[in-house]
Design a binder for this molecule. Sequence first.
Ligand code: ADP
Ligand code: MG
Length: 408
Amino acid sequence: MEFNNTSALLQDEEKRTLTIYLTAFYLTLILFDVIYNFLYKSQGVTTGYSNNLGYLNYVFYFGLLVLSFYLFKRGKHTTIKYIYVITYFTLAIIYDYIVFYNNPSMYASGNAAEVILVLFSPLFINKRFFWVASIGGFLRYIIVGILLHTSMVLIPILLILIFSIISYILLTRFYSYIKALTETHEELRQKEKLAFVGQMATTIGHEIRNPLASLKGFTQLQREKHKEDEFQYSIMEQEIDRIDSILNDLLVIGKPRQISVKQYNLKELIEYVVSITEQSEQGKNIAFELKMVESFPLIECDEKQMKQVFLNLIKNGLESMPEGGKLTIEGGQLADNQVSIRICDEGYGIPADVQEKLFQPFFTTKDYGTGLGLMVSKKIIEDHHGKIDIESNEGNGTKVEIILPIAQ
Ligand code: ADP
Ligand code: MG
């Protein structure tokens, strides 16, 4: 996971982090130098540490600071940290080599500022930078060790290793914390979206329902009066039924409706749904196959909602086989007081990129689809403490599995 650095907020964060990082670096650099070279030396304490960069040190880091200001103003602040790490370690190698070349046994590791470079690297929440800083620290001592033929570098190498491990732990903690935050945020956003859609759906659904009911009543009356227009009226009624079923879906997304649970035999319920779909699919080269255990366990459910689920899923299966094919419904008991019902078609299947969006409201790939069927079915199944899973390979049909608890 890398964060997109283009947002203004993130850029500000990066700038603030850079300021902290560099302040800590400079403070340590100067403080360490002052303590060892002025205080200790003036008291005659020999530490082995040499101001390996000399006064040039200050000239150089002042110059680097000026360069950083320039880059900062030019909006190139993301590169500054790399410049510091890379130049610090390169210079440290060169100066260690020059200072200790004639007396490697006196070798003592450099300024504590390099600890800051490694230890504070997780502040940027950037794995690449962490690796550059840690590996830079390692390489610096390995190269010095090789050049000076001294094993004195083992201690700083060990220290860098310990600091890198600490930094890595901090970095991964930051990462997983941010990931959890982003996921929670995304979840909330989805919930809000659903709540909003649900509210709209319920309001509009209720508003349309009543006029639609009277429209249907009058259409039926007219149909009886004008037998000669039977064909047109039957189409009108079918279309009204279609609107009604869309409204039903919409109302499920909204506020939780009262579900009236009773114990039902799902096998009978499914057989009923299959029988009515079979009638409307006549002449379409569709074969239904029901493979359900004889004594199917009773399920506590809302009959109307459960019928809607199976109708939605069977319809999806049939719609995926415009040339015809076999639709299989299997049902059986699972070990842990649950039942499983699988609806399998031989249709065109679902491509991987579509699979991620299946349960989103209004997601459809069909010209006349509503994109509500699956999300409504999922909501109903979850209201019944069950779960729904879809398995599909493009071109190889689709298998929808529903798992529900058995009535106790
Ligand atoms: P709709 O059927 O109105 O499009 P659904 O929520 O029922 O809405 O389905 C959403 C989408 O999921 C469909 O448009 C289709 O792309 C895909 N889909 C669902 N079931 C199947 C299936 N059995 N075979 C192939 N694609 C399917
Ligand atoms: Mg559908």
